[in-house]
Design a protein around this ligand. Sequence first.
Ligand code: ZN
Length: 465
Amino acid sequence: MSAPERTGPRAPIEPGGPIDAMDAVDLEAAGRAMHALAGRLYPILRSITGDGVRQTLEILRETVPIEVREVPSGTPVLDWTVPPEWRVREAWIKGPDGETVVDVRDHTLHLLSYSAPVHRTMPLSALREHLFTLPDQPDRIPYRTSYYAERWGFCLRHRTLEALPEGDYEVLVDAELDPGGSLTYGELVIPGESDREVLVSTHVCHPSLANDNLSGLAVTTFLARRLLDLTQEGGADGGRLRHTVRFLWIPGTIGSITWLARNEAAARRVVAGLVAANLGDAGGFHYKRSRRGEAAIDRAVEHLLAAHAAATGEPVAIEDFVPFGYDERQYCSPGFDLPVGSLTRTPWGRYPEYHTSGDDLSFIRPERLAGSLALYARVLALLEADRAYRNLNPKGEPQLGRRGLYASIGGGTAGKERQLALLWVLNLSDGEHTLLDVAERSGLAFVRVREAAEALLAADLLAPE
Ligand code: ZN
């Protein structure tokens, strides 16, 4: 299929637009590239502040022109304060014989995130209070943090702990918590025809964890690249989105709180948003509704997930908002109440690898990342195309055959469905109902309804409201 002809770089992207026109070859290559990107990011020691986030954003900037923001430690943000910046040089434990038994260079998860500095020698019995393991998953290292209480600690395999002999251990955490540092986050705004914004947000603060973090980073970065390719002047599909789309790559909780504190006006312009995470595992899609529950984003995602389940037989799940989880907690706090949901595969905490070293690069698969990218692209395409139209011939049905609108309709179910879509769009295009209203009421797929609207527009039977 050839790309539709466009009138120029500033022409609006047609209803539905080419955002979701990702063919199989594109997706396969994108899946491999996203997995490779996750592989590059995996070894970096990230936390809510520090060079790990900067290095990560620098790598993402090879794909999209992210603006890197620095907010000084100590800055008041809503009810919080930007914490001191955490920097780590080395961290290890040496056993009674002087051999190294745990070293952060072997795995970033070994160090309690935001660990305070320490250098001392102590017996195993005292050291144990600073060691975290998973007795029920003895070969996995847990992920633990201590952002807002100053303490030090290490995470290790339970099997390693069990094998440690009694004796004196030397512990070193060569780290600092610098009150003169800053918090780093990344932001990319793709301007649209209107200042009504779609927000796509993901956390950037986890160390070597693939599904819970790197999958979100990879999918959102490739989604942003896709939108930029479609909208950049002179590009093959050069056009403009209706909505402004804002991407945020932020440290969890404190990052979204910081962004909200500094961007209240922009937050008020958000008409739809998604928090992205856990997008590479083998599980089906899961959508957590916004606090509002019936916002455009909720209806759009639910419609597409139903279509996805019908087409693939894959299970999908939809849950109501709860005030815990990822950054939707902040976006959906009552003072903002933004229409932001969370679209994931298996949700946080519901797979045994979650927050352990088992969430590694083999746990996420290129084709799962690709499927997630395609769904996110479809959500944005739906939001772009979902608008109200006015039937220009509302008295009686217009004669479709005379205008060639039956000509392209073949026999069988597909033909009947297309005919039905034309009649539904004509009937509900009273300036009040959007195409998603039509899809929901008719039970037809949004893509069918959108195609019908495009055909009716071309036949001058419809006008945008
Ligand atoms: Zn997490």
